[in-house]
Design a protein around this ligand. Structure first.
Ligand code: CP
Length: 359
């Protein structure tokens, strides 16, 4: 274990007593319902403030510095954290993995330690490796850096702020923002769940808040073992997409994550491509669509009030028809909007004074 080292704190971020692991947000698995509800309530409060004053800035993290350190591509998460940080008064520094000294052989932990040593209050990180954010957090704590770590996605493992924003969007769509009790709601998570950190964080959050989750897909993408990710009966694995569409109050479509299947592809096939790839998880896009896409025709079988969700990025007309993605049941853009509020609340807690202290 490394020997701890102390670091002077900037004036705007007074030293707290010792390491504060609770300021890290590494995952939602094992997070109690009370903690999920507290975080969702804080985000909802910030969202309502933002709607009253869209250009307003809050002061809860004035003088604090947030570093975005992303070792994997991102549009939504990285931008959303940057906007969220600015809205609560913090400064943001950006470090993209490919432009960092990791390309010269520096480890993720040394990279994070160096950034923390500059007086950063919170690091938001995305890593290809499962457990990347947790390793960084453990090292920062062990070396005495007073810097919170927020997981912006670690391999297939977790994407906690995505899980929170999805729960918030679903709760809003179904009028559950007073208390965030999702009992009686059924959410279908469709597609490549086994490769998906979004699915793992969502299963944890949604089932803890009382919802039932259906994992829908071919057996190699939605294996039976996923039922063991929550208390008995909370997750059901199934292959019948039509049945799932008829049961669900929210349908969360997932992209096929070709980049996690070991074929070296970062982006998957071009839309309409039919040729199977080396180690491809599906025989053809046409076959996959026939079984599991949310097509316009299938969407007509949705329950009244049911909503369509997608964490992004969408591969239009592969897992989700464009007219459904952009249609009246879609809350995909609302998910993105609410993501800023979730990240404001997260950063306020991790780097600032928290949301509860706000007037
Ligand atoms: N939902 C999500 O994580 O999107 P990005 O990869 O663009 O951040």
């Amino acid at each position: 274990m490394p020997s701890p080292a102390t670091h002077a704190r900037p004036a705007a971020a007074p030293a707290r007593s010792g390491a504060a692991p609770s300021r890290h947000l590494l995952g939602l698995q094992g997070m109690p319902a009370s903690e999920l509800r507290r975080r969702l309530t804080a985000a909802w409060k910030l969202q309502q403030l933002a709607e009253r004053d869209p250009h307003g800035l809050l002061d809860v993290a004035r003088g604090r510095i947030v570093a975005n350190i992303f070792f994997e591509d991102s549009t939504r998460t990285r931008t959303s954290f940057a906007i969220a940080a600015r809205r609560i008064g913090a400064e943001v520094v950006e470090l993209v993995g490919s432009a960092s000294s990791v390309s010269k052989g520096e480890t993720l932990i040394d990279t994070a330690r160096n950034v923390a040593a500059m007086g950063v209050d919170a690091i938001v990180t995305r890593t290809k490796q499962a457990g990347g954010a947790a390793s960084i957090a453990a090292a920062l704590d062990a070396f005495g850096h007073n810097c919170a770590v927020v997981n912006g996605g670690d391999g297939r493992h977790e994407h906690p702020t995505q899980g929170l924003l999805d729960a918030l969007a679903l709760a809003e769509a179904h009028g559950r923002t007073a208390g965030f009790d999702l009992s009686g709601l059924t959410v279908a998570i469709v597609g490549d769940a086994v490769s998906s950190r979004v699915a793992r964080s969502n299963i944890a959050a949604l089932t803890t808040l009382g919802a039932r989750v259906l994992c829908v897909g071919p057996a190699h993408m939605a294996p039976q073992s996923m039922e063991s990710m929550a208390p008995a009966g909370a997750v059901r694995v199934m292959q019948d997409m039509e049945e799932a569409v008829g049961l669900a109050d929210g349908i969360m479509m997932l992209r096929i994550q070709f980049e996690r299947h070991g074929d070296g592809s970062a982006s998957g096939p071009a839309p309409g491509a039919e040729a199977p790839k080396k180690n491809a998880p599906i025989a053809s896009v046409r076959e996959y669509r026939a079984g599991y896409a949310l097509t316009a025709e299938r969407a007509r079988g949705m329950k009244p009030g049911a909503v369509v969700m997608h964490p992004g990025p969408i591969n239009r007309n592969i897992e989700l028809d464009a007219e459904v993605a952009d249609g009246p049941r879609s809350i995909v853009m609302r998910q993105v909007t609410l993501g800023v509020a979730v990240r404001m609340a997260t950063l306020a807690e991790s780097s600032g004074g928290g949301v509860e202290a706000m007037p």
